[in-house]
Design a protein around this ligand. Structure first.
Ligand code: NAD
Length: 357
């Protein structure tokens, strides 16, 4: 029997509510497909700060490093916003990404037919959307040095550095190519090479790597145009490859095409070692503890973990099918309420999904 160790980081806010459902889903699937799964819960985020004065304690990071995959819910709360930056829950996320060398963030954006009316864009524009944003995650302007503030001048200044080397661009391009080869072999690389030197290096390097793959179709787009095209005609895209800053903004924009932030999963991967699978949304403090959260993004992250992290493809597909079945029967959490559906609580919709598996 195959054996897996998964570290579960429930974190803060709605995290424990949506994590409980994913735990139950994994237990059911492990019986159905005869694999053994150890789910090890660890402290991470605000809850870890409360206990250890560290949002990403070494013990948690060590457990993550020795796991087959990490399933993370969400972290953060307003009450931590006054802490020094390195003690805030969100800094724990950056620490985890660096510790596991998670340079590739994969965010699939797929329209579920039963939710066509949940988007703020017209049905005709979004109905064929099925794209993946591949974002570089541990370099670029969020990590570049030097950075800081200059306060001993007449006028205050602040600065950051956007920097990439060819190796960093090459390895994220390879990831995008691998994903494109499993889809329609089409990549759109997004940059700002008309203005930024770092983007020119990005464009040249992507072209260089992609040209070794003869059956691949590569296009380039400036980031301002890409933002416009994502709203105007999102189904033209298949794989979008981009840097850390542009990917952060474009992937949130692309996410909202589907209707609710409570629907979208993501995977953060390295070249070897465990990946981190997590919903796109935050800890939703406004609804935490009220049994109102949509657990689907977390369940879909669990599906991505099974598919990419553990190679349990059938079990992964079961989650997707179960979710589609529940939605097509008209069951929704309140974030997806269009006035014409059966609104259920977080735990109730979780039970429906588990029943469908
Ligand atoms: P958020 O994603 O937590 O919430 C934005 C809005 O979406 C809220 O109205 C919330 O109720 C709703 N929402 C989010 N997830 C939902 C779900 N599953 N079901 C139903 N509704 C949902 O973003 P925010 O309010 O900007 O941030 C709250 C906290 O989360 C902050 O501390 C922030 O730093 C943190 N955060 C964490 C992550 C992460 O853990 N990866 C990501 C983003 C924000």
């Amino acid at each position: 029997m195959k054996k897996y160790k998964v570290v579960l980081l429930s974190g803060d806010g709605i995290g424990p509510e949506i994590s409980e459902i994913s735990s139950e889903i994994l237990k059911k699937l492990s019986h159905k497909y005869s694999f053994d799964i150890e789910i090890k819960e660890e402290y991470f985020g605000g809850i870890a700060y409360e206990k250890y004065k560290d949002p990403a304690p070494k013990a948690t990071l060590d457990q993550c490093k020795s796991s087959d995959a990490v399933l993370l819910a969400c972290v953060g709360d307003l009450k931590y916003d006054s802490l020094p930056r390195e003690l805030r829950p969100e800094s724990g996320l950056l620490k985890l990404r660096s510790a596991l060398n998670l340079f590739a963030n994969i965010r699939p954006v797929k329209i579920r037919k039963s939710l066509l009316d949940a988007s703020s864009l017209k049905k005709e524009i979004i109905e064929d959307v099925d794209l993946v944003v591949v974002r570089e995650l541990i370099s670029g302007i969020y990590f570049g040095q030097p950075r800081g503030q200059i306060t001993n001048t007449k006028v205050k200044k602040a600065f950051n550095t956007m920097v990439y080397d060819t190796k960093e661009i090459e390895r994220i391009t390879e990831v995008a190519i691998k994903i494109a080869n499993q889809r329609s072999k089409k990549i759109c690389s997004v940059d700002k090479s008309n203005v930024l030197e770092v983007s020119q290096l990005w464009r040249d390097t992507v072209l260089d790597v992609a040209s070794k793959n003869k059956d691949l179709s590569l296009s380039n787009m400036y980031v301002d145009n890409a933002a416009m095209q994502l709203v105007k005609d999102p189904s033209q895209f298949d794989v979008i490859l981009t840097s850390n800053l542009f990917g952060d903004i474009l992937s949130d924009l692309a996410a909202m095409i589907t209707g609710s932030i409570g629907m979208l999963p993501s995977a953060s991967l390295s070249n070897s070692g465990p990946g981190v699978f997590e919903p796109v949304h935050g800890s939703a403090p406004d609804i935490a503890g009220k049994n109102l959260a949509n657990p689907i993004a977390m369940a879909l992250s669990t599906s991505m973990m099974l598919k990419i992290g553990l190679n349990e493809e059938k079990a992964a597909d079961d989650i997707e099918i179960a979710i589609d079945n529940v939605l097509s029967k008209g069951y929704r959490t309140s974030d997806l309420d269009n006035g014409d559906c059966n609104v259920l609580s977080c735990s109730e919709i979780g039970e429906k999904i588990i029943q469908e598996i």
